[in-house]
Write a protein that binds this ligand. Structure first.
Ligand SMILES: Nc1ncnc2c1ncn2[C@@H]1O[C@H](COP(=O)(O)OP(=O)(O)OP(=O)(O)O)[C@@H](O)[C@H]1O
Ligand SMILES: [Zn+2]
Length: 914
């Protein structure tokens, strides 16, 4: 055994290096004559690249790491190995700090590894120590972990990392090692430049990990997304047939509420799951993490604040319930699966709604940054392009691994069926049962792929066939039942209502999927008819026609699904007859017309750029396209249901400017003439002088930041009471009583000119949309998020009154409640209305100090608003709010704890007080 291997064994207990590359890096670091840059996939064993050299060198290795939590994990791990390591950070006690400084000041310090955040290393208090160590030549290496944080092109830029360049300059004789898992070419260059690395030796491995199976599921098309997720988890953890299963998993959600709901639903379905997010008390979070680490809980449902530095080998799956904000972050997050090299699954539940929301938030953040800076920067665009790459990853019909590799500048890897696309392709060509996950050749999945360009999934060697393991065959069979994406073509039943039901024109589109889409279309149609909509005749027949039209026009399964989804959205947004329109309904259409400043077509369609199916590459040119004289824009590949059906609805009227305004969009008073956006905004502002949204609208811009960032900087978390309960898009008007909400979206066009658009969107759960907690905006990225957090998919009926059955989650300690739908006799109160009342009453109490914390005030208000919206009618809401608040504060001096909320009894139900 070489002495290096000996040391590896002695200090770390490993018999071998994890890879040749790991060994090479360590040797290069040990030589000490060059700076070293390492870009290796997550879990490839980068830490050892500085830990082992640290142990073998004189002096101390200074390790820069972005988060205290991350540092803590590493230090604990080192201590377990009896390696002298510690950290100086703001959370350190005075005594501990003194001990560390004493050791560092001694003639021969015992410490080998000193972990520190970039903030601390730049802080004045640390400078004397640093200067002292330098002057005595006691620093052996400078290691910069998560080095991509230094790049403004990167997905996780931290300004404090920029200061590391200066630090590097102060330590000329100390070799620097920069490590990252996620750095496309431009980020790599930026790292080298910013850290002032001196012609470093670069060790860059391809990002491809053959043991990870990637797939994407269109969440909106699922009959029950939670059941689908549950089935996926059972499969991934090999828990079918009631077996105990193995391993564990992570579900990433964008919002805290999302975490709560998904965890709750999974637990209800029989898989133990716990939420993890910054809204939980530190103790609860630690407990959740520990339970998960120890296998007491199988699934952790977390915001992105979870996972950095979590080194758990047997993570069998990572599911993204919401879209990640960039492909780089997605790679990193999903890369937490399969660190032991065993087959693991990475799934994204894609929803165009997510795309729309995140896109909006990213652009908002970019605009905010530019405003703050007073100028635009090239790197601003990277957030947008990285997100585009994420969207493309989901939408494009191509190898998922290839998408990732391309993004990071690698060659196309040999996926060999380790993604849904290649798997299905392989199945078709090989006529093999699905099930491609394979173990990496050397067991870890980090090996170099075959240097076979373009060889994604076409490897037909007999050996490869064998690698289609039994386990996954079984799993895929199970999956067939859910997403209908795999398996050989199953012929239609004799009574199948589909036209050309047995056609296999669209690859991988199953009869089952088509039937499901048909039923969704049918529901949407029925909803319209129920609301006196423009669709006559037999719903099934019409739906069959619509489905068939889409089927005929679609070239791929994804496009087919996308077109169906779009059709459904359109049908839900399409105007119902005048008689059915409420005042607000009409008003919102007027608003839409006015804001569009352009004639609309006969029924509402999203501007293509706000659709879920705009290809990412189109995003840069998202100027509104003019709709031609009476025809739908040629840019729109889809037709509306009305066009498809050629109903006898009254012909649309042409506007002065040549476009068409449909019935529902026609402004009866102004003949459809558009007013300016500005006027509209002014009118809105005047209308809502004491609107609850004033509480929501401040401090909007930081929405796309990650939770950790917030945790590092407490001052920012202490936002004012005003931005407490929820934030909406800056100008998004309050939802009306009808089922349409409008989202105004600022779109930055190529020439950086901002355009405002209004999207009218069906939202039968608008009540669930309103009260999203916005204290830490980056997770609660968009209030509409809560739409996802419903018990079951919404019925596609327009006529359903707002405020129907739903479950609202706040905190795991608070009882979930399923409330019956409102009785029809009573005019329901929307959540927004309830919240307005509640905040008005609670405001003075908050000022009087009746709430221990602002958080409590906000969650109390949220809770009470939901309670009211669920239980009382419009005419009772004020009285009930007053009564409940009064009763509560007669029992409680001051709101100190959410547990006290039990005292908030459900309000008098509408029926009983009628
Ligand atoms: N030579 C080795 N043999 C066996 N296990 C190893 C070896 N080197 C590292 N490991 C283990 O591999 C796991 C991943 O290592 P590490 O945390 O350093 O990965 P990483 O590349 O830093 O990942 P990330 O990018 O997520 O931080 C750890 O559990 C580590 O102990
Ligand atoms: Zn593939």
């Amino acid at each position: 055994m070489t002495s290096l291997k000996q040391a590896l064994k002695t200090h770390f207990g490993f018999n071998n290096f994890r890879s040749k590359l790991q060994e090479d890096v360590i040797k290069a670091v040990l030589r000490g004559d060059r700076d070293v840059f390492v870009c290796m996939p997550t879990g490839a064993g980068k830490s050892l690249c500085y830990q082992l050299p640290a142990m073998l060198s004189e002096g101390i290795t200074l390790v820069i790491s972005p988060l205290i939590a991350l540092i803590q994990d590493q230090v604990d791990h080192m201590k377990e190995l009896n390696i002298p390591a510690c950290s100086i950070n703001s959370k350190l006690g005075v005594g501990e700090r003194r001990l560390i400084l004493a050791d560092l000041g001694s003639s021969s310090p015992k410490l080998k590894l000193l972990y520190i955040t970039p903030e601390m290393v730049a802080s004045p208090s640390f400078q004397p120590c640093l200067t002292d160590l330098c002057s005595r030549s006691l620093l052996s290496y400078l290691a910069v972990d998560e080095a991509h944080c230094v790049s403004q092109w990167g997905h996780d830029f931290r300004p404090d990392y920029l200061k590391l360049g200066e630090l590097r300059a102060r330590l000329p004789g100390v070799p620097c090692l920069a490590l990252t898992a996620t750095a496309p070419k431009n980020v790599q260059e930026d790292i080298v430049k910013s850290l002032r690395l001196n012609s470093p030796l670069s060790f860059v491995t391809p990002v491809f990990r053959s043991n990870l199976h990637y797939d994407v599921i269109f969440r909106d098309l699922l009959p029950n997304p939670y059941v689908h997720l549950h089935a996926f988890i059972k499969k991934a953890l090999a828990m079918e047939n009631n077996s105990k299963g193995q391993g564990c998993g992570i579900v990433y959600c964008r919002t805290r509420e999302g975490c709560e709901t998904v965890a709750y639903q999974l637990t209800k379905l029989g898989v133990s799951a716990k939420p993890y997010h910054a809204g939980l008390k530190a103790g609860d979070r630690t407990e959740a993490q520990n339970d998960w680490m120890q296998g007491k809980v199988l699934v952790i449902v977390a915001t992105i604040s979870f996972g950095m530095g979590v080194d758990k080998a047997n993570v069998r799956f990572v599911a993204h319930w919401n879209l990640a904000k960039s492909l780089a972050s997605y790679y990193q997050e999903s890369g937490r699966a399969g660190r032991d090299g065993l087959p693991s699954s990475c799934r994204t539940y894609y929803s165009p709604k997510d795309k729309e929301q995140i896109n909006f938030l990213i652009r908002q953040e970019v605009a905010r940054r530019q405003e703050k800076r007073g100028s635009a920067k090239e790197s601003d665009k990277s957030a947008i392009t990285d997100f585009e790459a994420m969207v493309l990853f989901c939408e494009q019909e191509s190898c998922r691994h290839a998408s990732i590799s391309k993004f990071f500048g690698d060659k196309t890897p040999n996926c060999a069926g380790a993604c849904d696309f290649c798997q299905q392709r392989a199945q078709r060509s090989l006529r093999l049962p699905a099930g491609p996950l394979r173990r990496g050749k050397k067991g870890y999945g980090f090996e170099r792929y075959d240097e076979d360009e373009g060889g994604s999934g076409e490897d037909d060697s007999a050996k490869r066939k064998k690698e289609f393991s039994e386990l996954f065959k079984k799993q895929m069979k199970l999956r067939k039942g859910f997403d209908g994406q795999s398996g050989d073509f199953a012929p239609p039943d004799p009574d199948c209502p589909l036209r050309e039901a047995d056609s296999q024109k669209i690859p991988r589109l199953t009869v089952k999927t088509r039937e499901h889409c048909l039923s969704r279309l049918q529901e949407a149609l029925q909803g319209q008819q129920g609301a006196g909509g423009a669709f006559n005749g037999d719903g099934l027949l019409s739906a069959v026609d619509i489905e068939y039209e889409i089927f005929k026009k679609s070239k791929s399964s994804n496009l087919y699904k996308a077109a169906v989804l779009k059709q459904i959205l359109e049908m839900k947004a399409a105007p119902s007859s005048e008689g059915e329109n409420t005042r607000e309904d009409k008003k919102s259409r007027e608003v839409e017309m006015k804001l569009e400043d352009e004639p609309s077509s006969s029924s509402f369609t999203y501007p293509a750029e706000l659709q879920g199916f705009t290809s990412a590459s189109e995003l840069y040119s998202i100027k509104r396209k003019r709709v031609g004289a009476g025809l739908r824009g040629s840019s729109n590949p889809y037709v509306t249901a009305r066009e498809l059906l050629k109903t006898d609805a009254a012909p649309d009227k042409q506007t002065e400017s040549g476009g068409f305004i449909g019935d529902g969009l026609r402004d009866p008073t102004k003949g459809g003439r558009a007013v300016s956006k500005k006027q509209q905004k002014l009118a809105e502002a005047a209308k809502s002088s004491r609107s609850i949204f004033q509480y929501f609208q401040k401090k909007q811009p930081e929405e796309t930041k990650c939770e950790e960032e917030e945790e590092r900087d407490d001052s920012r978390a202490a936002d004012s009471q005003e931005n407490g309960l929820q934030r909406r898009s800056p100008s998004s008007p309050a939802p009306s009583d009808t089922q349409e909400t409008k989202t105004e979206v600022i779109v930055i066009t190529e020439d950086e000119e901002e355009k405002t658009m209004t999207v009218v969107q069906e939202s039968s759960r608008q009540d669930a949309i309103i009260l999203t907690e916005k204290t830490q905006p980056e997770q609660e990225a968009n209030p509409k998020e809560l739409e996802l957090d419903r018990e079951s998919p919404p019925p596609a009926k327009r006529s359903r009154p707002a405020g129907g059955s739903r479950r609202v989650t706040f905190n795991p300690t608070v009882q979930h409640e399923v409330v019956q739908p409102h009785s029809k006799a009573v005019k329901p109160v929307t959540l927004k209305e309830a919240a307005e009342v509640v905040v008005r009453y609670l405001d003075p109490l908050y000022t009087q100090g009746k709430f221990a914390t602002k958080e409590l005030f906000k969650s109390f208000a949220r809770y009470l608003s939901h309670l009211l919206a669920e239980n009382v009618g419009k005419d009772q809401v004020k009285a009930e709010a007053k009564r409940l608040i009064k009763t509560y504060f007669s029992k409680v001096q001051r709101c100190e704890d959410e547990a006290d909320w039990a005292l908030l009894k459900a309000p008098h139900s509408r029926k009983s007080t009628d």
